[in-house]
Design a protein around this ligand. Structure first.
Ligand SMILES: *[C@@H]1O[C@H](CO)[C@@H](O)[C@H](O)[C@H]1NC(C)=O
Ligand SMILES: *[C@@H]1O[C@H](CO)[C@@H](O)[C@H](O)[C@H]1NC(C)=O
Length: 236
């Protein structure tokens, strides 16, 4: 009851706040490697990543909040996200916040609202550990623009981008500012004796906003237009 009253009176205010967004850095990683054929748990490499690499990698990044998702039996998403995030949480002495699921019932804005609520009381960075196969929805729900200068802007809607477990993505103000390999010793990067294929086709590819970003921006632009908001984003 109290919540409902609060909600109806402050909805425009909350909209204004969330539209303004937060300044806290958000780090995104996926679950570590999982076995084939639906076997539970992590692979030996995934276990090594989660336990021997990620906690040390993330410890210096001033992370104050960890968001991850619990296993959703229906979609099969998030089977090993908690397993991956637990050693990090232990090392940083932070609980894992699993309020938002990767299921149909969870509101699309859940993770954004959760991050936003933490940002109201802290300037510390936030970590999201999410299912690799659900990253596209996560990016869309967080309204993240991954078309960053100098970055790998391969349009994954083309379906020719192979997802990788070792990527650490940094997001500031809904923009991807860095995407690097976690560089875990002995398991990431190129093995000795392997070749780097020509990147010619890739670099010649026309830079373009992923289709989902365009859809999302159109939707926001339309909403704002209807509300007469002068901050409507423009598409080029
Ligand atoms: C974010 O930083 C800008 C300055 O870069 C500041 O004007 C704004 O108030 C900050 N927003 C929040 C929510 O702290
Ligand atoms: C998750 O974080 C939110 C926002 O800080 C907080 O209100 C909530 O209690 C947390 N939930 C758990 C289970 O830690």
């Amino acid at each position: 009851m109290v919540f409902n009253l609060f909600h109806s009176f402050t909805l425009p205010l909350i909209f204004a706040l969330s539209a303004a967004g937060f300044n806290n850095t958000v780090y995104l990683i996926s679950n570590a490697e999982t076995p084939s054929l639906g076997l539970p748990g992590l692979t030996p490499i995934g276990f090594q990543r989660a336990n021997d690499c990620l906690p040390a990698l993330l410890a210096p990044l001033d992370i104050g909040f960890i968001v991850t998702c619990a296993f959703d039996p229906e979609s099969g998403h998030c089977s090993e996200t908690i397993t991956t995030a637990t050693p990090i949480g232990n090392a940083l002495r932070l609980p894992l916040n699993t309020t938002c699921g990767a299921d149909e019932k969870t509101d699309d804005d859940c993770v954004h609202n959760l991050l936003n609520s933490f940002s109201l009381t802290s300037t510390q960075a936030m970590l999201v550990v999410w299912d690799l196969s659900d990253f596209d929805s996560l990016f869309e729900n967080l309204d993240i623009d991954d078309d960053f200068p100098g970055g790998d802007d391969e349009d994954d809607d083309d379906g020719d981008e192979v997802p990788h477990f070792d990527v650490l993505t940094t997001v500031v103000k809904k923009k991807v500012t860095a995407q690097v390999s976690q560089g875990c010793a002995g398991i990431d990067g190129q093995a000795p004796g392997t070749f780097r294929r020509s990147l010619r086709r890739h670099s010649m590819k026309k830079r373009q906003l992923p289709k989902r970003m365009i859809r999302r921006h159109r939707k926001i632009a339309e909403n704002r237009h209807q509300k007469g908001n002068p901050l409507s984003p423009t598409l080029n």
